[in-house]
Design a binder for this molecule. Structure first.
Ligand SMILES: Nc1ncnc2c1ncn2[C@@H]1O[C@H](COP(=O)(O)OP(=O)(O)OP(=O)(O)O)[C@@H](O)[C@H]1O
Length: 254
């Protein structure tokens, strides 16, 4: 079964082609990273997949129930508390007010927010807490698919790691039930992709399709750091698929 399928997607801005022949699939419970250099069209692909942009070519099939999105910028309403921000999608989905508080608390707990943080305004929260709030807001309507567009890029290394672990835990469920959500995770950080994903898709250097993919050994959250590091070294040092990932100069793109 496939929750998301892109079939030969192409898109152009003002007549300039930015993506072409993009084919990808994401299955239930899968975290799939899409990696590529800056300007290679990763966000454009996520926007097309989520229905924010109509592609010029190709077809998108969505078989999931409900999706959410998390961006690099948390995009919180500054005049609303963390709890009110998290409740926003519940209000939009007409969830009765009596049910909202419990769902906000559950989502906040999954995102690692403390009860006392919920009454704070975004300006009173640190960058990491703001991003946790954005993640809680995404989790609140219980989506079975989440688009992440470089959500941790602006965070420092230790915080980034904690947020990756949080995402892995939030996606998985307890007691043998299926995963709670599948995800398309946009990043330019190969180490991050190896830590959190089941599969990594690599964009062609010129955005002309997916150059290839690698299924990452093991399960997210159960890979030892030494293994993650060894895979990262192997991919960058010896795997031609990743040769362009860190050394392309986006200013040379046509
Ligand atoms: N709304 C837009 N109008 C015009 N050009 C755009 C628009 N959005 C993106 N582009 C261009 O499309 C190309 C791909 O952009 P996109 O943001 O998808 O790349 P990306 O791989 O996500 O980059 P980054 O990693 O830097 O975020 C870039 O050259 C960008 O300038």
């Amino acid at each position: 079964m496939t929750l998301l399928a892109l079939d030969r997607i192409g898109h152009a801005f003002f007549g300039r082609t930015v993506i072409e022949r993009i084919c990808l699939t994401v299955g239930p419970g899968e975290i799939v990273s899409l990696i590529g250099p800056s300007g290679s069209g990763k966000s454009t692909i996520a926007h097309v997949a989520a229905g924010l942009l109509e592609p010029r070519e190709g077809a998108v099939r969505r078989a999931y129930r409900r999706h959410a999105m998390v961006f690099q910028d948390p995009r919180l309403l500054p005049w609303a508390t963390a709890a009110q921000n998290i409740a926003l999608p519940l209000r939009l989905a007409c969830v009765p007010p009596r049910d909202r508080a419990a769902r906000v608390q559950e989502a906040a707990a999954r995102a690692g927010l403390l009860p006392e943080d919920l009454d704070k305004y975004p300006s009173e929260l640190s960058g990491g807490m703001r991003q946790r709030t954005a993640i809680a807001r995404a989790l609140a309507p219980d989506p079975d698919f989440i688009y992440f567009d470089e959500p941790f890029t602006a965070l420092d290394v230790a915080l980034k790691r904690r947020m990756q672990d949080l995402l892995i835990a939030a996606a998985a469920t307890t007691a043998g039930a299926g995963a709670r959500f599948a995800a398309l995770f946009i990043t330019h950080d190969l180490m991050e992709a190896i830590r959190i994903s089941h599969r990594i898709l690599v964009l062609d250097a010129e955005g002309r399709g997916i150059a290839g993919e690698r299924r990452v050994e093991g399960t997210p959250g159960h890979r030892a750091d030494a293994m993650v590091f060894a895979l990262w070294q192997g991919y960058l040092g010896a795997d031609p698929l990743f040769a362009h990932v860190h050394d392309i100069d986006e200013r040379r793109r046509p």
